[in-house]
Design a protein around this ligand. Structure first.
Ligand SMILES: Nc1ncnc2c1ncn2[C@@H]1O[C@H](COP(=O)(O)OP(=O)(O)OP(=O)(O)O)[C@@H](O)[C@H]1O
Length: 767
């Protein structure tokens, strides 16, 4: 028997042994789980029997409360424990299928016997709880596997650096408990394993990459020092993958302090959120808070405005070029994305310290109780030194006091009696018993009962107003914001300021906020009412960070002042043109202290696709192709639109025949994607993806490029490459092409697209 077979047999024996141990653990856990379940059921059933209920005396009530609390705590403790056992069982099930994916033999400098370290998605101890059968991939020692090749190596622990030598580095593919592949590797983590992982068909959910994390990616994942980590990575370099593994890593490292609610991930669209939602659970971690920046802004701004989505803005930019205000809107977009606009808002807020904040009347039953003028006067009578939000708090307290007075006044009015009659039986009974408590005669008691009922009515009606006052609803934020564009003049007006103002004022009076105004508006609102900084968020991840304007990023910084941030993006894919100028991904634009990691290797696409796309990549980043071969991208030239339908059908059919399961027809705009959908819907089984699509399935998909962000497909067809005609389309075109894993086909109905023309002829095939 050869050495290789011999060691494979030994490894399989070890796998069998580990699975045997897992089975034993599983059995024990099942028993524990069913005991716990029984006890939970029992506790729920007999909940009241074990509680001593006695409400006779105040002391008895307190005792009853304590007893109730104790019982409820016991129940929730058991339930939590049961849930935890359930989680452990899930992990064991996964380990049983594939206990580990890597092994290193490490000889510590001070030792003479090497340790065999097997690495998997979770740790596993032997039955005596003494030795590790499997090390979690996030354990400090597992870092060796990702960072070093055989030879001298070291890893960090809390106690300090441990140095030694790696004498063996081995990778496994284990499925259903059987070793399907085994490789001893050198420098990087097995190209052969990566080849296999990347050569598969695209899936509708992202996969975890723990078995093949690359050294550069590991730097992102295990970074613990930086408060602001910025990752510029070319398309397909594993930014999103690294971000998700990093979340899992942090959750493991800071298990005691960090939970899923302390981590927020801003993703580009809901489709993307669902695409990545599997990764963390697959790694045994709960999903973190995921939202889009749009949803975050909508939450903060409230429902007073219709807020344009970034996609609607994009659609406007690309498809509404004939609109009469187009050029001024573009200028407005550009300016409102900049930090210069932030300064203007700050200047305006400073002006508001002395005048012009708009307030609302506090009215009740069509009568003004406290007028906006009174509120205005009170506000501006307060000491100038007090910050605006603090003054708002004082105003709110004053208003609540004033309201208390009005509440008393209202109590004796006729309308209250009408409302009293509508009260329920319970309120009457309560009032009756309360009124009997005094020493009054019958008449006195009746008067008292009415008084109590009246008080109850006004209290209820006024409590709604009080709640709104506590929320500072008396401030007319939108009217004040509008003044910025109507009556006020900045010290230094930017170019086209008057036109920008006119356009914005019109939008505001229609109760609509454009995407470029949404972040500024929330910023402004914060300046007036006090910002709602979110202190519970310990880590914020921003994927597709290139799509955030300087203003938006500054807003995020101010909303999360105590949060560690990881920004991941690719300046080549900055499809929103006004985000590039001061984008945080560009080194010189970064006023904050930060660490920067650059990823240059693209894993998603075949070597042929990467070599083609890098010739027209917008930035100047180095782009390295991963050695995975496929066919060259294909350009299908057409003289006119007539044959388009037939050409697209033929291409899709032939891709299907090759076995590809996700084929995307990526269009420049939603408008184009609707046209293509209508053209082909009766000929092909198509699925149209739009802003409201929350999950994606395999099949033939039609979608605009901005919704394909962050996602990948087996094959991509650009139904009309000649639509990309101007320099500003470059990032869109690059983003669309780089979504392809195995095949890229570009149909060009008119002239050849200017970007394809930039690629060397040998990088693509012409059909
Ligand atoms: N180390 C790795 N091992 C296995 N697969 C990897 C690795 N790194 C990246 N990939 C794969 O490469 C593809 C691209 O990864 P990912 O989507 O994370 O890249 P990205 O940089 O976020 O891309 P983009 O910016 O283009 O959206 C995915 O299929 C991912 O699984």
């Amino acid at each position: 028997m050869s050495d290789e077979n011999n060691s494979r047999e030994m490894e399989q024996d070890r796998v069998d042994h580990v699975i045997h141990e897992i089975n034993k653990k599983e059995k024990k856990l099942y028993a524990k789980s069913s005991d716990l379940k029984e006890s939970v059921v029992e506790l729920r059933k007999n909940f009241w029997e074990d509680v001593t209920v006695n409400l006779d005396e105040p002391d008895d009530v307190i005792e009853t409360q304590a007893s109730l609390k104790q019982q409820a705590e016991l129940l929730s403790e058991r339930e939590r424990f049961h849930g935890k056992v359930g989680e452990e069982l899930k992990i064991l099930k996964r380990l049983k299928d594939s206990p580990y994916f890597g092994r290193i033999d490490f000889l510590e400098d001070s030792e003479n016997q090497e340790d065999q370290i097997y690495i998997g998605i979770s740790s596993l101890m032997d039955s005596d709880d003494e030795d590790f059968l499997i090390y979690d991939w996030r354990a400090p020692i597992s870092g060796l596997y990702y960072d070093h090749s055989p030879g001298e190596a070291a890893f960090e622990t809390i106690e300090g650096t441990i140095a030694g030598e790696i004498t063996l580095k081995r990778q496994f593919i284990i499925r259903q408990g059987m070793i399907k592949g085994m490789f001893d590797t050198g420098v990087t983590i097995g190209d052969s394993l990566l080849q296999q992982a990347l050569g598969n068909n695209a899936s509708t959910t992202m996969k975890s990459i723990v078995a093949t994390i690359q050294q550069e990616q590991n730097k992102i994942i295990r970074n613990e020092k930086s408060d602001l980590l910025i990752v510029q990575g070319v398309a397909g370099s594993g930014k999103t993958s690294a971000a998700l593994q990093r979340i899992a890593y942090l959750m493991y490292r800071y298990r005691e302090e960090l939970n899923a609610d302390n981590v927020v991930l801003f993703s580009p669209n809901p489709l993307f959120s669902s695409y990545i939602s599997n990764v963390l659970p697959e790694l045994g971690e709960a999903n973190v808070r995921q939202t889009t920046f749009l949803d975050y802004l909508v939450d903060g701004i409230g429902n007073k405005f219709t807020i344009e989505s970034p996609f609607e803005q994009m659609e406007y930019v690309l498809a509404e070029t004939n609109q009469k205000d187009y050029s001024i809107r573009m200028k407005s977009m550009d300016f409102k994305s900049s930090l210069a606009f932030k300064s203007i808002i700050e200047e305006f807020v400073s002006y508001l310290k002395a005048h012009d904040i708009q307030f609302k009347n506090i009215s009740f039953r069509n009568q003004v109780l406290i007028s906006k003028e009174q509120i205005y006067d009170y506000f501006y009578s307060l000491d100038d030194e007090i910050a605006i939000p603090n003054k708002m708090e004082l105003v709110s307290k004053w208003l609540l006091k004033e309201l208390q007075y009005h509440q008393r006044q209202e109590k004796d009015k006729d309308w209250v009696m009408e409302q009293v009659e509508l009260l329920d039986k319970e309120s009457y009974l309560k009032a009756y018993y309360e009124s009997q408590a005094g020493d009054e005669d019958e008449e006195g008691n009746a008067a008292m009962e009415e008084e109590i009922l009246r008080r109850a009515v006004v209290k209820k009606v006024f409590s709604k107003m009080k709640r709104l006052i506590k929320l500072y609803e008396f401030v007319h934020v939108s009217a004040t914001y509008k003044k910025l564009f109507t009556e006020w003049e900045p010290g230094n007006s930017p170019e086209h300021w008057r036109d920008i103002c006119q356009l914005t004022a019109l939008d505001l009076s229609r109760k609509s906020l454009t995407w470029e105004d949404a972040a500024p508006y929330l910023y402004f609102k914060g300046k007036l009412l006090g910002d709602n900084t979110d202190r519970s968020v310990r880590h914020l991840f921003i994927d597709e960070a290139q799509d955030y304007s300087a203003f938006q990023f500054a807003l995020i910084k101010s909303l999360f002042p105590y949060t560690r941030m990881t920004l991941l993006g690719d300046i080549n894919q900055a499809i929103y043109t006004n985000t590039t100028k001061e984008n945080p991904l560009i080194p010189k634009n970064q006023p904050w202290e930060h660490e920067r990691i650059t990823l240059t290797k693209s894993y998603r696409s075949t070597k042929q696709i990467t070599e083609f796309t890098r010739s027209f990549a917008p930035g100047h980043e180095e782009i390295e192709a991963f050695e995975r071969n496929g066919s060259k991208p294909k350009l299908k030239g057409m003289k006119n639109q007539e044959g388009l339908e037939e050409a697209l059908i033929n291409e899709v059919e032939s891709l299907k025949d090759t076995g590809y399961q996700t084929i995307a027809l990526i269009c420049k705009t939603l408008e184009e994607s609707e046209e293509i959908f209508n053209l082909l819907m009766n000929k092909l089984n198509l699925k149209q993806v739009n802003e409201e699509t929350y999950s994606f399935e395999k099949g033939i998909l039609v979608l605009p490029v901005y919704l394909a962000k962050g996602i990948e497909f087996d094959a991509v067809i650009l139904p009309d490459a000649s639509k990309y005609t101007v320099e500003s389309d470059r990032t869109l075109f690059y983003t669309a092409c780089t979504r392809a894993m195995h095949e890229l086909i570009m149909v060009s109905a008119d002239e050849t697209c200017m970007f394809i023309a930039e690629a060397p002829l040998e990088t693509y095939a012409i059909d």
